[in-house]
Design a protein around this ligand. Structure first.
Ligand code: ATP
Ligand code: TYD
Length: 241
């Protein structure tokens, strides 16, 4: 058994014997919602989110995005590059859902005329609050304007690619969250996961109903069934990934 590096709410990271710059990312069956620290367990969820994320990351790699993914198989674990994760969570929104409805003029489900990027402070004890770009630049990125520009450019490019990826399987990308980190060469790399847990994904074939974590958040269906449907379509369309 590998030694535990970090035990998170949705994933655990493990050291790999003999490797300094790679870790195992293990996806859990647990899912948290409603600011409730107690997770719900859906048996088999970890395998499904891991597979979704692996396919998405391979697609992004194929389109020129540097990601932490090194290898994956049919399990709930991936080998990834060990990174210094930046203390920000980046969200990109194409449609108005969730948090932003409490602090903007947008109405639920409205299409934004342009994608909107927002930054949250990645700090559990504060509940990942929205922060200003000035705070990000000056206090989280050490005034590195070039890095900040690169982060924004990367996030919008990932948005374009994800819109295309999901459109081809009749899914509309509402919004998503990503995390990024720096490797030992100080290169900016996409980290963490992209799955139904971290995106709003709406079914074009079924009245734009959610296939994502909103099924649980809004208590409108079985979240694992939604994730399985996303993966089923990905496997058909992207069998080469
Ligand atoms: P957090 O709030 O810090 O994201 P969490 O418990 O909500 O924690 P999980 O997804 O369960 O989040 O945990 C995964 C953790 O692994 C996160 O802290 C994430 O930043 C970190 N992580 C993801 N990819 C890498 C990587 N390549 N190298 C190092 N750490 C990573
Ligand atoms: P957001 O509307 O900010 O939060 P919520 O609706 O959960 O209050 O979320 C935007 C998108 O980013 C949504 O698809 C969920 C995802 N997200 C995460 O996966 N983790 C996070 O910590 C945050 C802030 C967002």
């Amino acid at each position: 058994v590998n030694q535990l590096l970090y035990d998170g709410k949705a994933k655990s990271l493990y050291f790999i014997d003999g490797k300094d710059d790679e870790v195992l990312q293990a996806f859990k069956d647990s899912i948290t919602a409603f600011n409730n620290p107690k997770p719900y367990i859906f048996e088999g969820k970890g395998v499904v989110t891991c597979q979704i994320s692996s396919h998405v990351f391979k697609f992004l790699e194929r389109n020129g995005i540097k990601t932490h993914l090194i290898s994956s198989n049919d399990s709930a674990t991936q080998v990834v590059q060990k990174l210094d994760i930046l203390k920000i969570e980046i969200t990109v929104r194409n449609y108005a859902f969730g948090n932003i409805l409490k602090r903007s003029h947008f109405i639920k489900g409205e299409k934004l005329s342009e994608p909107l990027i927002e930054f949250m402070y990645k700090e559990d004890k504060f509940g990942d609050p929205l922060i200003s770009e000035d705070y990000v630049l000056k206090y989280l990125l050490n005034n590195n304007e070039e890095l900040f520009k690169e982060i924004k450019k990367l996030s919008f490019r990932i948005n374009e690619l994800l819109i295309e990826f999901f459109k081809a399987i009749d899914i509309t990308l509402g919004d998503f969250k990503i995390e990024v980190g720096l490797n030992k060469d100080k290169e900016l790399i996409l980290a963490d996961e992209i799955s139904g847990d971290t995106c709003r994904l709406r079914d074009n074939l079924n009245n734009l109903l959610p296939l994502d974590k909103d099924l649980l958040r809004e208590d409108i269906g079985n979240v694992l069934d939604g994730y399985k449907e996303i993966l089923r379509r990905i496997k058909i369309k992207y069998s080469d990934l």
